[in-house]
Design a protein around this ligand. Structure first.
Ligand code: ADP
Ligand code: MG
Length: 716
């Protein structure tokens, strides 16, 4: 955006620069610019960050036992104490006139630094009389400026601020703009759509989201904007999907009873019913003339590899080639091993393409590939990237590079393993001309349901929920330092019985040098102490692929009994004899990550034992660890992690190449996500290009917001 003074006043009132708005002027306009608020429009859609519900505002004398209330006052005393068992208690004494109220927080010592004596504060919670004084346990709190007037009986908006602009000033500016401009905004939704979907018109919703009459109106106003944001995203995804299936061509590779029998004969076990369902879905996709775009999700050890193998052999049965990409060289080699073992007796030719090959080996593989002398190529994402000469879409570690500008003689299928960070624009190359392969993407990170419906909303999804039969339970213990001796004794006993184990060290800092050092230090200490006499080795990011592979190989063969590593390495490693794991600094790991780690020792026919040493210092950390010891269902844990931590790195829109959501929250707005998705799909099924003129505004909004990210513009 240009700085405001370079923009001349305009006749379009919503584009009036902020400085010309009532109550703003050049000085405040400059402050607003810091908040990226330049025009009247920006301000109107600058929704409150939160609200202060003053409808329950009380003086301390008016409080009633157990009845929700808000109280303002000044912080008189802050006191943080340890309560013996490693727990802490934070107390706040708030003074209002001659009366006092105590706020109490258990195990949230980090809040201490937020509270300063003398600051004005608003506490909301359930008051309880304790002796002679009112107390609130874990109240909500909000700081107030000294000159903040807090009118009783209203719900007040709380806006993001910048230095020099306080809440009272901001509220005044916002109130005035809502009065002057809210009724000038046109609705993107036609009237009958609003009626049919129980949505407030924008001219009713705007004033209520800024100055709500009551909680109900606030709810309705928010619902309208959350729905709109999600609906526009879902329209974009539905349009993209429609275009992919109507503009792209792939070779049809149907299965048949004969092919099916020939493939399944190679598996040394019966497929589970979930594997069978996934295979049927994949085979149906591959049988069509449009590219498959399917996500196969299933916990670590749920048996995805077999499903992928089926898809690859289906391609090979039709004389096509298949590519399988793994995130690391260790996993790529592991796949080659699994495939070679299963396909020993067949004619299928398998190649490996990884960074550590010599130039000659590499050339040989590529030549064989081009001559059609390889059926399946296994490689790492990075290498296939280097392989590509004419990248059809910009990718960072993506998949379209597998197409490799004609390096494959007859590519029919691309499988991408252990991938969850890929962006939408890396999934499939809309712009490419000619014939596409089918795509199967696999992830071992259970994905929360609303995320599958949004960030992965243009893919079809198959899910493996339960592990193959015969799996032993994995026992999870949460332990304190005092229990170490007992745990190591048990650990050694199991090693002596022939089992193997991991010791996981938290990654304190994301540099390979620090990582290597802390892994090495842990190894040294154990080698000299608890695990004296056992064969230990380390695995960390500073090792070369060859060093890693040889460490893994020695672990796989049982020469190494205990592997010390950080969490960053080799999530998909499959060593069924490894059944022991110690995790240090458990409070530093996310729930999904802990669960991934546990997956490494839940693979064989022996029961697994995992001990997590942790010093949780926050409520959330404690809840994460408690949940982790109670549940082994990855999908359940993923949902909980999502609730506790929000989208975070893994499931943030940005990581997936989409603009951020501004008001919707995928962890919270579950029902609206479902509603918007189904409404968008219905609309696009009936009118794929949104040609109906009543949807013209909506269509423009979809293209402006997602046209580029989802490549909607240049097709159709
Ligand atoms: P992941 O989903 O993590 O890739 P894998 O495909 O590596 O899981 O499978 C984990 C283990 O389970 C492998 O050792 C595999 O041979 C075994 N397995 C897979 N499917 C079945 C099945 N239907 N019955 C028995 N064992 C199976
Ligand atoms: Mg796997």
């Amino acid at each position: 955006m240009p700085p405001m003074n370079s923009v001349p006043p305009t006749t379009e009132p919503l584009l009036t620069p902020a400085q010309f708005l009532k109550g703003v002027g050049p000085v405040k306009a400059e402050l607003l610019a810091k908040l990226e608020l330049y025009y009247a429009r920006d301000l109107l859609f600058n929704f409150p960050r939160t609200y202060q519900d003053m409808s329950e505002l009380r003086t301390i004398d008016q409080l009633e036992e157990g009845k929700l209330a808000s109280v303002t006052g000044v912080i008189e005393e802050v006191d943080l104490r340890n309560t013996g068992t490693g727990r802490s208690l934070l107390g706040l004494l708030v003074k209002q006139g001659a009366s006092y109220l105590r706020g109490l927080w258990f195990n949230q010592p980090y809040l201490r630094s937020k509270f300063q004596v003398g600051r004005r504060i608003l506490l909301s919670g359930e008051p309880k009389m304790q002796g002679v004084r009112w107390e609130m346990v874990h109240p909500k709190f909000e700081f107030l400026a000294d000159d903040d007037d807090v009118p009783a009986g209203r719900i007040l908006p709380v806006y993001s601020l910048t230095e020099g602009l306080n809440q009272t000033q901001m509220r005044r500016i916002m109130q005035s703009i809502v009065e002057s401009h809210a009724q000038l905004v046109d609705d993107v939704f036609p009237d009958d759509f609003l009626d049919a979907h129980n949505l407030w018109p924008i001219r009713a919703a705007l004033p209520q989201i800024h100055q709500p009459r009551d909680q109900d109106s606030l709810e309705q106003a928010r619902r309208r904007f959350i729905y709109q944001e999600l609906f526009v995203l879902q329209l974009a995804l539905a349009i993209r999907k429609w275009k992919l299936t109507h503009h792209r061509r792939a070779p049809p590779l149907p299965t048949s009873a004969r092919i099916d029998a020939r493939i399944t004969r190679l598996f040394p076990f019966e497929l589970t019913s979930e594997q069978r369902t996934a295979i049927d879905q994949i085979a149906a996709d591959m049988g069509r003339e449009v590219p498959m775009n399917r996500l196969l999700q299933g916990d670590v050890g749920s048996g995805k590899t077999v499903v992928a193998m089926y898809a690859m052999l289906l391609a090979v049965a039709h004389g096509k080639q298949a590519a399988l990409m793994a995130p690391t060289e260790v996993l790529a080699r592991q796949h080659v091993q699994t495939l070679s073992t299963a396909l020993k007796a067949s004619q299928v030719r398998i190649g490996l393409l990884v960074g550590s090959l010599t130039a000659a080996e590499r050339k040989q593989t590529l030549d064989a590939l081009a001559a059609g002398e390889l059926d399946i190529l296994v490689g790492t994402h990075a290498v296939t990237h280097a392989l590509n000469q004419s990248v059809p879409v910009a990718t960072s570690d993506g998949l379209s590079e597998a197409l490799a500008g004609g390096r494959f003689a007859k590519l029919g299928l691309v499988v991408i393993d252990e991938q969850h960070k890929f962006g939408v624009n890396q999934r499939a190359a809309l712009k490419r001309a000619g014939i596409d392969p089918h795509y199967l993407v696999m992830t071992a990170t259970p994905i929360p349901r609303t995320v599958t419906m949004t960030l992965f909303g243009d893919l079809d999804v198959s899910t493996l929920r339960s592990p193959p039969p015969g799996r032993q339970k994995t026992h999870t213990y949460l332990a304190e330092d005092g229990q170490r001796a007992r745990w190591w004794n048990f650990f050694k006993q199991k090693l002596t019985e022939g089992r193997q184990g991991f010791v996981i060290v938290p990654l304190v800092e994301e540099t390979e040098a620090v990582e290597a050092a802390s892994v090495q230090q842990t190894l040294d200490v154990l080698q000299r102490g608890e695990l004296l006499g056992y064969r230990l080795a380390s695995l960390h990011g500073r090792m070369t692929p060859i060093e890693k592979e040889s460490a893994m190989e020695s672990f796989r063969r049982g020469r190494t009994q205990v592997l010390v590593s950080t969490s960053v390495v080799e999530v998909g490693v499959d060593v069924p004899n490894a059944t022991l794991m110690t995790i240090e600094g458990g409070e530093r790991f996310g729930l999904a990550q802990l669960h991934q780690l546990r997956g490494r020792i839940s693979r064989g026919s022996h029961a697994g034992y995992l001990c997590v040493f942790a010093n949780p210092s926050t409520d959330d950390a404690q809840r994460r660890l408690d949940a982790f010891t109670k549940s082994t269902d990855g999908f359940e844990l993923a949902e909980l992690d999502f609730q506790l931590r929000g989208p975070g790195d893994l499931f943030g829109t940005r990581q997936h190449g989409l603009p951020p959501l501004r008001i919707a929250d995928l962890a919270r707005d579950v029902i609206i996500v479902e509603e918007a998705r189904s409404d968008a799909q219905t609309l696009i099924a009936a009118d794929p290009d949104l040609t109906n003129p009543t949807y013209a505004k909506l269509k423009r909004m979809v293209l402006v917001r997602y046209g580029e990210a989802l490549e909607l513009g240049d097709v159709g």
